[in-house]
Design a binder for this molecule. Structure first.
Ligand code: CUA
Length: 297
């Protein structure tokens, strides 16, 4: 559907460009030519020709051409048939200012990244935990409002594997611009592996260690880490080490980025819900950062 709408858009753009060029040419000609001596009757006749031709006939013709061009697309915008294929359901919840992503079939939860299988139909069930956000992945077409207390469904299909960028597209407060979504379409096997690695993930299977306990005390009220803490107000960090960015696209998730984020997140993303860490000794922050870097399936 998105491809067809894009097709119509480009057609209309080409046509409108033609009209612009034609109108500009006539206008320049009218300015440049020498005025002709005409009688009053001649002037009326010429004016009438321009009014009927340029004001009624040409616009009507243009609209009919565009209409004929657009009708087939309009007709094909009926709901997409599902041919023996059950769409994969994914739940995405908007928060100020991050994305919670949940796969109900497997119970996997992640944040600020949406991993999908390429070629499959996906029903993204979107809602919001606070204000109205809007789910938008331009290259996959369509856009859907995320409204508190209501679930909207947008059906997507990525034509090929690769990375697509998503962005909240409804002004939702101070950090609306810093509400990016990393979308990645994997092949079927890659997607199954991705899910399988996160199903029944628990970090208590390895020793959580001292840092895990510090994290649980300081951060566990808000953040969930599989097997360690159960907070739900902030992003689930169970696979944080595998995500490309922090703060929903604010800073790269690498060794330095992670430490900078923990120290300066209030400046990097003013207004975000995480308390400042001024009271936390730097070595404790480093310890937590070291530990977060191990959180991968
Ligand atoms: Cu969320 Cu704008």
């Amino acid at each position: 559907m998105a491809r067809q709408i894009a097709h119509v858009w480009w057609g209309m753009f080409a046509f409108a460009t033609l009209v612009l060029v034609a109108v500009s040419a006539i206008w320049i000609y009218a300015l440049a030519r020498k005025p002709r001596e005409t009688s009053k009757e001649q002037a009326v006749r010429i004016n009438r020709r321009w009014v009927i031709g340029g004001g009624i006939v040409l616009p009507s013709l243009s609209i009919v051409v565009l209409l004929i061009f657009g009708i087939p697309t309009g007709r094909s915008m009926m709901p997409l048939p599902v041919e023996g294929q059950q769409p994969l359901k994914i739940e995405v919840t908007g928060h100020q200012w991050w994305w919670e992503v949940h796969y109900p079939d497997s119970g996997v939860t992640t944040a600020n990244q949406l991993i999908i299988p390429a070629g499959r139909l996906i029903d993204v069930n979107v809602t919001s935990a606070d204000v109205i956000h809007s789910f938008w992945i331009p290259r996959l077409g369509g856009k859907m409002d995320m409204i508190p207390g209501r679930t909207n469904v947008i059906r997507l299909q990525a034509g090929h594997t690769g990375v697509f960028h998503g962005q909240c597209s409804e002004f939702c407060g101070l950090q609306h611009a810093h509400m990016k979504l990393h979308v990645e379409a994997l092949d079927d096997a890659g997607f199954d592996n991705w899910i399988a690695a996160r199903e029944n993930l628990s970090f208590t299977q390895r020793a959580p260690g001292e840092a895990g306990q510090v994290f649980d005390e300081r951060c566990g009220q808000c953040h969930r880490v599989a097997g360690i803490s159960n907070g739900s107000r902030a992003p689930d960090l169970s696979d944080i080490a595998t995500r490309p960015s922090l703060g929903a696209g604010v800073i790269d998730n690498d060794h330095d980025g992670l430490r900078q984020w923990l120290r300066e997140h209030k400046t990097l993303k003013f207004g975000n819900g995480m308390p400042a860490h001024d009271d936390v000794p730097p070595q404790t922050l480093d310890q937590i950062a070291d530990w977060l870097e191990t959180l991968a399936p």
